[in-house]
Ligand binder design. Structure first.
Ligand code: SAM
Length: 251
């Protein structure tokens, strides 16, 4: 009973930290509200800023990708109860993100600046990106992705079910709408500085590499179902003109 309560508490703390880091990310990337953002904070010379920022983003990429691999999950299962695994991933990802926000060095040189209608259009696409990313987590399984479903199952003494494969709504248009949302949020800005550009470029490269690993794991887990899905649905860029579907979509 006590351990089940602690697992639930741990999942709630991790989820709260994720929520805070996600909300901070909105302010960080868009330069809204928060005290320290992508273009506001400790001044540094450009070379120091590039090195520190790349190290911070690499730390996030390594933590986020290594911990997501099945081999790491099997190894960590010897140390962590299954119900705690996803929460630990979420907790560490959130902590690394908060470290990035805290230690980020801005590079303020302006690359492009817009105003009027173009600026509003870019701001709208930026917010649409965040909305797509957040809504898409609910389309596959938000509470499973962030570890709460596993902790609630443990609390109830129920079996923790494995990940299920889903393709609802936006997943019928692209295979990775969460990542598409992030890319829109990172690139669509009325004022692009060198620091923001470094952030957008490095994260785009990371997303493109990380998706190769994620898809390899999805093929290993769901086999022909994912291969068929891959043939029918584009990775990140929606098809402008629909192609006739020849196979029935997995649900
Ligand atoms: C952060 S989510 C990103 C999902 C997807 N790459 C996207 O951008 O929308 C990563 C997790 O989603 C899972 N996932 C990816 N596509 C999925 C799908 N169609 N159905 C269920 N889970 C999926 C992956 O196995 C991984 O555990």
């Amino acid at each position: 009973m006590v351990s089940r309560f602690l697992i639930l508490l741990y999942a709630l703390v991790s989820y709260t930290l994720f929520t805070l880091s996600f909300l901070y990310a909105l302010g960080f990337v868009g330069n809204y509200v928060v005290p320290k953002s992508i273009d506001v904070g400790n001044p540094a010379n450009a070379s120091e800023a590039i090195v520190v920022d790349l190290l911070l983003m690499s730390l996030f990429a390594i933590q986020h990708s290594v911990m997501a691999r099945p081999g790491f999950k099997r190894w960590s299962a010897r140390l962590l109860a299954p119900a705690c695994q996803r929460s630990t991933y979420v907790l560490l990802s959130s902590l690394v993100l908060l470290l990035l926000f805290w230690q980020w060095r801005p590079i303020p040189t302006v690359i492009w600046q817009t105003d009027g209608l173009v600026a509003w259009l870019l701001i709208s696409v930026h917010w649409l990106g965040w909305l797509i990313a957040f809504a898409s987590t609910h389309m596959i399984d938000h509470f499973d992705l962030f570890g709460l479903r596993q902790a609630v199952a443990a609390w109830r003494g129920a079996k923790i079910s494995g990940q299920s494969f889903r393709t609802p709504l936006l997943y019928k248009i692209v295979r990775h709408p969460i990542m598409l949302g992030f890319l829109l949020a990172f690139w669509a800005t009325p004022e692009m500085t060198s620091g923001h550009l470094l952030f957008a470029l490095a994260n785009t490269a990371y997303i493109l590499v990380a998706l190769q690993f994620e898809e390899r794991d999805l093929i290993a887990e769901f086999g022909a179902t994912y291969q068929n899905y891959r043939r029918r649905v584009p990775m990140l860029l929606p098809r402008l003109f629909g192609r006739r579907q020849t196979e029935s979509a997995p649900r």
